[in-house]
Design a protein around this ligand. Structure first.
Ligand code: S3P
Length: 184
């Protein structure tokens, strides 16, 4: 992709429960950009919830849909968008290559204890529907941390910050990154 073709989206990555959807919505409110929540878009296209999709097509089926959507997002025009990804988007090396080409990649981070607190009542995350979700979070976080690091331009520890503080920080850093004012 040459400089002319590069898009200036804000792309949120990070583990489940780190607030990607919430911060995506706050950025949309503050900037007025279109928001693509990849999980919701995949559910819309599949006509079912992610848990059901995992049961029907397995994790591999979900990952294939996730990858296809990410590729598509790189081609749908230059108007800046906010893209909120699913926590496992960084697992495929092709995705890790695509993400920074889409725009400014922001990694929302939290520690395992906070992630557990935020996700323990959710039944919508098949990856955490297991006997010991606390241990699962610990192991996956360890595996995925270097992958998030590999493709992020910025990382923000979300613990102790509210959504407007996080979103404002992202906007300021994105402005600096793109070296031009963001509309909105
Ligand atoms: C997943 C995270 C989920 C969703 C799917 C798989 C993961 O998204 O994409 O359940 O592997 O971490 P959130 O991070 O929005 O919960």
């Amino acid at each position: 992709m040459n400089e002319e073709e590069k898009t200036q989206h804000i792309v949120l990555i990070g583990f489940m429960g780190c607030g990607k959807s919430t911060i995506g919505a706050e950025l949309r409110r503050m900037l007025g950009y279109r928001l693509i929540d990849m999980d919701s878009e995949i559910e819309k296209r599949a006509g079912c919830r992610i848990v059901e999709l995992f049961a029907r097509e397995g994790e591999a089926g979900f990952r294939a849909r996730e990858h296809a959507l990410l590729q598509e997002l790189g081609k749908i025009g230059k108007a800046p968008m906010i893209i909120s990804t699913g926590g496992g988007v960084v697992l495929l090396p092709e995705n890790r290559c695509l993400l920074p080409q889409l725009g400014y990649v922001v990694w929302l981070k939290a520690d395992a204890a906070l992630i557990y607190e935020r996700t323990r009542r959710s039944r919508s995350r098949p990856i955490l529907q297991c006997d010991n979700p606390r241990e699962r979070i610990r192991v996956l976080l360890e595996e995925r941390t270097p992958l998030y690091r590999e493709c992020a331009h910025l990382s923000i520890d979300v613990g102790g910050l509210n959504k407007s503080e996080i979103a404002s920080g992202i906007i300021d850093s994105a402005r600096y990154h793109f070296s031009q004012p963001l509309a909105g």
